[in-house]
Design a protein around this ligand. Structure first.
Ligand code: VGL
Ligand code: ZN
Length: 239
């Protein structure tokens, strides 16, 4: 089947008890594990990881008087230093810390796919001065697989999109944390890439930093963009 599963940032810092713990984040774990079941027919399974260096620009602690959960203006170093909004967060997903690690039970389910050559991971947010919510952000991600920065892929797509395209992936299912940040950016970018026939976000497999209200707003954006918000009960997921 030409279907891929993308598990976004199911890391300890985004789970309850983590430095940026999302309420109900742990409730998605059984759902993600079920989707990762080895009997599933995924052509490929991708796990993304928020992967920041210490002192990352998105940390409130990196700015004098920086307050968590408020936005500031910073220069966009990728686009002529134009001012852009940057949300400030508690320090989270710092490389080498436990908070950066993918939940053990999910990692075990994922490892099976890696072992059979069908799974790989993508790290994002590695550059100190740039935040990256989307797993499709070009040039901001590194990956455990061979694709990446060596220019062998179609330049108009992100490395991840090009790679999935080259594998013949037509449908992409997205789950993970957080609905209103990295899942949102990833699903919208996937749709925008034009590389997929369909992009699905599985509702039981996501939770938002901003709760129900934020989820609702994302739903409208998904609708507008053609990203389908589906349930585990839906035929399209059960197949
Ligand atoms: C995320 C906030 C900051 C996410 C990452 O994975 O949704 N949210 N960094
Ligand atoms: Zn982050």
């Amino acid at each position: 089947m030409s279907t891929a599963l993308l598990v976004v940032d199911v890391q300890y810092d985004f789970l309850p008890g983590g430095s940026l713990g999302v309420a109900g984040g742990d409730e998605i774990l059984p759902v993600v594990r079920r989707l990762l079941d080895e009997r599933s027919q995924w052509k490929v399974v991708v796990a993304s990881q928020d992967f920041h260096p210490p002192g990352h620009i998105s940390f409130a602690s990196s700015h004098e008087d920086g307050k968590v959960f408020t936005a500031i203006q910073i220069p966009n170093v990728l686009a002529g230093n134009e001012p852009i909004q940057q949300m400030l967060w508690p320090d989270h997903c710092v490389q080498g810390t436990r908070g950066c690690e993918i939940d053990e039970s999910v990692r075990q389910g994922f490892d099976h796919w890696v072992a059979s050559g069908k799974g790989f991971s993508v790290q994002k947010g590695l550059k100190t001065e740039v935040d990256a919510y989307s797993a499709f952000a070009p040039a901001l991600c590194v990956s455990s697989s061979a694709f990446g920065t060596n220019g062998t892929t179609a330049s108009e797509h992100s490395p991840l999109a090009s790679h999935l395209l080259s594998l013949g992936v037509k449908k992409l299912f997205v789950v993970g944390i957080a609905t209103d940040y990295c899942v949102r950016a990833t699903a919208l970018d996937a749709m925008k890439s034009g590389c997929f026939d369909a992009v699905y976000v599985v509702r039981e497999g996501v939770r938002a930093v901003g709760g129900d209200e934020a989820t609702h707003k994302c739903l409208e954006e998904f609708n507008q963009a053609g990203v389908q918000f589906v349930s585990m009960e839906d035929e399209v997921v059960r197949r």
